[in-house]
Design a protein around this ligand. Structure first.
Ligand SMILES: Cc1cc2nc3c(=O)[nH]c(=O)nc-3n(C[C@H](O)[C@H](O)[C@H](O)COP(=O)(O)OP(=O)(O)OC[C@H]3O[C@@H](n4cnc5c(N)ncnc54)[C@H](O)[C@@H]3O)c2cc1C
Length: 304
């Protein structure tokens, strides 16, 4: 099933993101989490591609296994880091042969210790080039990344949006956003993207916080602002892991509800349509995402 078809026929769409584990033990733990999340009948799950292509085989094996054993539609992430055009063609063909029809095309981050992104010899410089290459290799549905708070390397929000438009025009079927904690940034970005002529579905990326210091590190890395009241709430929870867990679940549930059902501000104006779905960054754990999903399910109108 192509994700673009699912997005065209079903709203809202829910997806969960995982990374390929390194050890046999963590593979077993991930599989338990996947089986629990499978009960929620996600529309798709996506599997990340490690820095420098380090998880190449594990990513491909995991997406193929998810499709085969759980019957969930997988999306394989793929990056340009450390790969020549021929290397990328081999990975794309391998995915196609294993029945994986959906790919999230990314440039990737520079490997640790390297300042800027340098393409591999005969490699690609931007995700837009990878989008075009994937379409040359077969009939894939291609997703790509977008940044509500602007990509950290971008010269300006305007140039970032202009390059995003170029990327979408290269053949992107849907976009998944970087994580954010303040919906205002997403709404502002969405409006600018639509005004720039970007019409594909844009799924907001939500990460349930279960650990304050970890999320502070993450948000520094990807430039996501942490709203002060939320940080205060997490600080109040202190060292109590249960209190932190529920503070994170409550906050992410509030974010999802507000995105799926924008508030009605004018009774004479038809309420604005909500987002097409939510992409959850799970960090390979299931309890927080399951709890949020249950809260959303209780609000039946949000789930549909
Ligand atoms: C949903 C999501 C999933 C991700 N999954 C992974 C993963 O699995 N593995 C991984 O390693 N990383 C992953 N990342 C991180 C991502 O690889 C990095 O954020 C990376 O720095 C940029 O990738 P991109 O695909 O957005 O690149 P691009 O779209 O190429 O953009 C990168 C930068 O270049 C600029 N740019 C784009 N085109 C041009 C052009 N023609 N000329 C000049 N400048 C240009 C953009 O404005 C931006 O600043 C993910 C990010 C998101 C949001």
């Amino acid at each position: 099933m192509l994700i673009r078809d699912r997005l065209a026929h079903k709203r809202p769409v829910f997806s969960f993101e995982f990374f390929p584990p390194k050890t046999k033990r963590s593979v077993r733990a991930l599989w338990t989490n996947l089986e629990q999340l499978a009960l929620l009948e996600p529309d798709f799950v996506s599997v990340t591609y490690g820095a420098g292509g380090s998880t190449r085989t594990r990513t491909i094996d995991l997406v193929a296994r998810i499709k085969r054993e759980l019957g969930i539609e997988p999306v394989a992430h793929l990056t340009c880091v450390g790969a020549s055009r021929d290397d990328l063609c081999r990975v794309i063909d391998d995915l196609g042969e294993r029945g994986v029809q959906n790919i999230l095309a990314l440039r990737g981050d520079p490997p640790r210790g390297q300042d800027g992104f340098t393409p591999a010899p005969d490699g690609l410089r931007h995700a837009s080039e990878l989008v075009a290459l994937i379409h040359e290799r077969g009939d894939f549905c291609v997703g790509a990344a977008c940044y509500p708070e602007v990509h950290p390397e971008a010269k300006s929000a305007a140039s970032d949006l202009q390059f995003l438009k170029q990327k979408v025009d290269a053949g992107v079927d849907f976009l998944v956003s970087q994580l954010f904690f303040d919906n205002t940034h997403f709404h502002r970005f969405l409006k600018a993207a639509r005004e720039a002529g970007i019409t594909v579905p844009i799924m907001p990326g939500i990460m349930p916080v279960t650990n304050l210091s970890q999320i502070q590190r993450f948000s520094q890395m990807c430039g996501a602002t942490l709203p002060k009241p939320f940080v205060k709430r997490l600080e109040l929870a202190g060292d109590d892991p249960q209190a932190v867990f529920w503070a994170g679940v409550q906050y992410a549930s509030y974010q999802c509800r507000a995105l799926l059902e924008p508030p009605v501000t004018d009774p004479f104006v038809r309420p604005a349509k909500g987002v097409p779905g939510i992409h959850f960054y799970t960090l390979n754990r299931s309890p927080a995402t399951r709890a949020i999903f249950e809260i959303l399910r209780l609000s039946r109108s949000a789930i549909g």
